[in-house]
Design a protein around this ligand. Structure first.
Ligand SMILES: NC(=O)c1ccc[n+]([C@@H]2O[C@H](COP(=O)([O-])OP(=O)(O)OC[C@H]3O[C@@H](n4cnc5c(N)ncnc54)[C@H](OP(=O)(O)O)[C@@H]3O)[C@@H](O)[C@H]2O)c1
Length: 210
């Protein structure tokens, strides 16, 4: 698959590392494709650095790995992305009464807002319930981690599930994009355990069956 990763911070880097040697053509969409950290990441992963709109145009599947505060203008600048699978890794985070939390919820979600910015694209919400470190590598964990997805288009979810499998996750479909309302608070469960309760970043949720 041709994969575009928009944003080369913790999550963009992790997905690029996780996708290296999986047989995909990966484009890194960066505001500064010549910057040292982007060039190093490209060398380490075999990905091609580009400006964000060029990367998105070249990709079949586009991962959005941007800060929520910058997302609206950055995502709209990518163009319509008509018919493409767009993976929303972003949690709609902000400070609420001095505490990090979700700035939207209950009646909408970050996933639905991104779908509204890109009406012709097939947005799939996923990867918000784990650390970037575990996205990059998780074969040391005692169980295979689970990763939930939500989105309106079954074909896009099939594509994204295959990529989640490449990243080492068990992909589970939760339903349409409104299920992002469930997944984003679930991401906060991870954040609370990791950052507030002291569990750290080297763990993930697993689904076990009997
Ligand atoms: N960090 C985690 O463990 C984790 C886990 C799950 C979900 N998430 C979510 O994933 C998203 C990305 O997180 P992150 O930790 O990768 O963030 P980050 O390290 O801050 O990286 C974000 C990247 O977005 C790009 N960008 C574009 N416009 C920007 C702007 N105006 N200001 C700053 N950066 C801009 C930058 O790449 P270029 O300079 O190359 O353009 C930057 O490196 C967030 O929405 C977060 O909620 C994070």
């Amino acid at each position: 698959m041709r994969i575009a990763i928009i944003g080369t911070g913790n999550v963009g880097r992790a997905i690029a590392l996780g996708m290296a040697d999986k047989g995909h053509e990966v484009m890194l969409g960066s505001r500064d494709p010549q910057s040292a950290h982007v060039v190093t990441l490209a060398t380490d992963t075999g990905a091609t650095p580009m400006l964000p709109d060029a990367a998105a145009a070249a990709g079949d599947v586009i991962f959005l790995a941007l800060p929520w505060r910058a997302a609206e203008s950055a995502v709209k600048a990518l163009g319509s992305l008509e018919g493409k699978a767009v993976v929303n890794c972003m949690l709609p985070l902000g400070m609420i009464d001095g505490t990090l939390g979700l700035t939207v919820g209950y009646a909408t979600s970050g996933g639905e807002i991104v779908q509204g910015w890109l009406p012709g694209a097939h947005v799939v919400e996923t990867l918000g319930q784990v650390s970037a470190e575990i996205m990059a590598r998780n074969d040391h964990l005692s169980r295979r981690p689970v990763m939930f997805m939500a989105g309106n288009d079954d074909g896009a979810k099939t594509q994204v599930a295959a990529l989640l499998t490449d990243l080492g996750f068990e992909a589970l479909d939760t339903g349409d994009i409104t299920k992002s309302r469930l997944l984003e608070p679930y991401g906060m469960v991870w954040l609370n355990q990791a950052l507030v309760r002291g569990k750290g970043r080297n763990w993930a949720f697993a689904a076990v069956e009997g």
